[in-house]
Design a protein around this ligand. Structure first.
Ligand SMILES: [Zn+2]
Ligand SMILES: [Zn+2]
Length: 267
């Protein structure tokens, strides 16, 4: 079975982007995020990001767009004119709107922005999401010690991203990781993160031949799945987004078998 579905070039680019995001995060003033750890709201599944104000500094935003532009152009010089156009179009107000729309996954907003400004459809949402992540990752870093559980079906407790990845750690405990903001939290081994089902007869593991460290936990109640990787023997542990990317073959296998990233809650 072919298990490397992502090209090396693409992986390399992702690694470079992640390095940039790490630098950006380290240069962020910790006061640029103002969060309210409202445990009552969070118990109902409201992600912390919805209880947070982000103070986006425009000069920093422009600098990041420019650094990202240089990196993307090193892979594809043809992007120059479009990326320059983005830089011309962005003003302080647009930067704020972009961060808000990235936060709420508003694909329609970005689609319209791309159409109106004759940009490839992927460019605005990709830039906005890439620039928003350092803020999310700082938020998760600052609050990780307070994050100990999630509400089934509500995604990552910090950023709301659908749950799709976990690792086995220690004595085999299942720890879920968010590839978007890096938050992690424990989950019962036989519990579905999408619908909360704990009926072991409806929870199954799919495995991949020749890949003993990889499992897909699937739930026949909601048809959701989660990729669980046993990283205990790994010499270097990849970051959650890299692990997510390197195991994309598991997403294909799960989906070929009729499972979905987000399960469906039956009414
Ligand atoms: Zn998250
Ligand atoms: Zn389920």
């Amino acid at each position: 079975m072919k298990t490397s579905v992502v090209s090396n070039e693409y992986q390399k680019l992702q690694e470079e982007i992640m390095k940039l995001q790490e630098q950006w995060k380290q240069n962020l003033n910790p006061d640029s995020i103002d969060f309210r750890l409202d445990s009552e709201a969070m118990k109902t599944g409201v992600p912390l990001v919805a209880l947070t104000n982000f103070d986006v500094k425009f000069p920093l935003f422009v600098q990041w767009v420019d650094e990202l532009k240089q990196l993307l152009m090193s892979q594809n010089a043809d992007l120059e004119s479009q990326l320059n156009r983005v830089i011309e179009l962005i003003d302080e107000e647009t930067a704020k709107v972009w961060m808000e729309e990235a936060f709420s996954f508003n694909h329609l907003y970005f689609k319209k922005f791309a159409e109106e400004n004759v940009l490839d459809e992927w460019i605005p949402p990709f830039l906005a999401e890439t620039l928003f992540r350092p803020y999310l990752q700082l938020l998760s870093e600052k609050t990780q010690s307070k994050i100990s559980q999630a509400v089934a079906g509500c995604g990552c407790p910090v950023c709301g991203e659908p749950v799709r990845l976990g690792q086995l750690e220690g004595k085999g405990q299942k720890i879920l990781y968010c590839p978007r903001c890096h938050a992690n939290w424990p989950e019962k081994k036989l519990s579905c993160s999408h619908c909360g089902n704990e009926d072991y007869e409806k929870m199954k593991y799919l495995t991949v031949e020749g890949k003993p460290t990889e499992q897909i936990h699937v739930c026949d109640e909601c048809k959701g799945y989660t990729k669980i990787i046993d990283t205990r023997q790994f010499i270097t542990k990849p970051s959650p987004e890299m692990l997510d990317l390197k195991t994309i073959h598991l997403d294909y296998i799960a989906q070929e078998n009729g499972y979905m990233v987000m399960g469906e809650i039956k009414k």
